[in-house]
Design a protein around this ligand. Sequence first.
Ligand code: F6R
Length: 610
Amino acid sequence: MCGIVGYIGEKKCVPILIEGLKRLEYRGYDSAGIGTIEDGECKVYKKTGKVSQLEDKINGREIKTPLGIGHTRWATHGAPTETNAHPHFNGKNSILVIHNGIIENYATLRKALISSGFNFISETDTEVLVHLIDSFKKKGFSLFESVRYALNEVEGTYGIAVISSDEPDKIIVAKKGSPLVIGIGDEENFIASDVSALISYTSQIVYLEDGEIAEVKKDSFCAKTISAVDIEKEIHEVTMSLDEISKGGYPHFMLKEIMEQPESIRNSMRGRLLHKEGTAKLGGLVGFEDRIADSKRIIITACGTSWHAGLVGEYMIEQFTGIPCEVEYASEFRYRNPIIGKDDTILFISQSGETADTLAALKEAKRRGALCLGVVNVVGSSIARESEAGVYIHAGPEIGVASTKAFTSQLIVFALITLLIARKKQLSHVDGKTIIKEIESLPEKIEKILKLNDHIEKIAEEFKDSLNFLYLGRGYNFPVALEGALKLKEISYIHAEGYPAAEMKHGPIALIDKNMPCVFLAPSDSVYEKIISNIEEVKARKGRIIAITSENDDKIDKMVDYTIKIPDTIRMLMPVLSVIPLQLLAYHIAVKKGLNVDQPRNLAKSVTVE
Ligand code: F6R
């Protein structure tokens, strides 16, 4: 995700900005930039790639200025290019803006600004902020007031920092939905999106809240709400170590990413739900909707966790659109002779967008004339570029090798694609609205499940020395059983298998004895009674049982060793909730075994080899 850093004081700003940006590198990014005011003029230095490459570009220049802002960009709107990198500037190059977040009404604002004579050079949503601020400055307002007025016209999320050569003694910062802090020093002040960028300079931190804007000078700061009410801000003493905060205070990236899921799925759905029409809007599929809806068949191709998300997608698509759907391992698809053609739509699912098997399958399917769509997290990645169209999942950078938040975001995107196609076919307006309501309720429900972390940790303690695990689920929860088993085996090295619960009697039941823990996905849905019978079968053979059940279920409590109770939702969305306890269970077991959770042996985050 993007990062922000800024300095105003008496020292040269560039080394401070570069160090701050390096501290933000863990978040993942694809370009970086710095903006300063030198000899009364705004100057911008940008580079795609790493902060060290930006540093090389700037090296050798004598930049003495004590005011500057820096940014690492993780592309959302527009490819990772130097033009799209931040800071963005106005025509006269007198205002510089860096921004984290997404301006949802940027298309409308951009159109209006272009018709008022403003000239855009990038593809980003951020650039509208610069011209909007400029439009108020041209009317005679101060920089602070111009930023404030501009933000009143903006819908979406932002953490921003703005400087201007007309007022070179201040940085204006504001926040809504994207973090922004002010670091207080002695005759110097700092700003950043993340305390980790500042911790080597100051431990005195002011946290801006949503809807607040502040003017930061070298020896003072003042804050207001964006509706101009003065506010007193408290200065906090931060005691965390550098190592801790680079993971946002969590001991591992994996736990941080599990905990981020309420926010990451919000980002996946943001601006994409059309409440009135009861459908979804996916910018990346515009112009392709009818072709997808008219497909004779939809094929989903992926590897690993993304393949599991694809299985859930298959259930959704077949249930709601009536279009036959198949899911295939990319590695198999590419090497057989798949019968595909112009009437097929193929979805390529990948967090990294670089998985070699998925990329090769995409190239083969394209050659055969199918409509090839990417569902990808990393913007500008190979699969995203190679696909004809597609949808970004916007989960933010996933650093832990075991995929967690990308999975739930992939599920959200599948729900949106399903909604979009189904509304073109057989799904009623009322049912479309019900699905939207349920999708929107998910972040809060995940927050509730995350509060069970301590309970799940205790269960992990009990089972950490097991040598095998069985995960069992039915319907939409069968792919979740596969995903739970994969999470456990990849980070704890415990052998684990996922099965459709009813298949147990066709073989795996032979394994069950007092040493075999079975994790049942047993929410109160249409196959609940069947799952109860499967639980009885395991109990009769003395297997130990952990059951994921609905909040209001009191029947299963009496039958099993442990229950983990989660909120209910409609069947198609249940995997978004039921997978969370399984992620936490795998995480805690691996930690208790003393293993390297973020970088398990033999695994890479991006599998670019066959
Ligand atoms: C499991 C995991 C892998 C990936 C797989 C595909 O936690 O991370 O199984 O899901 O390598 O990767 P992407 O989604 O990047 O194509």
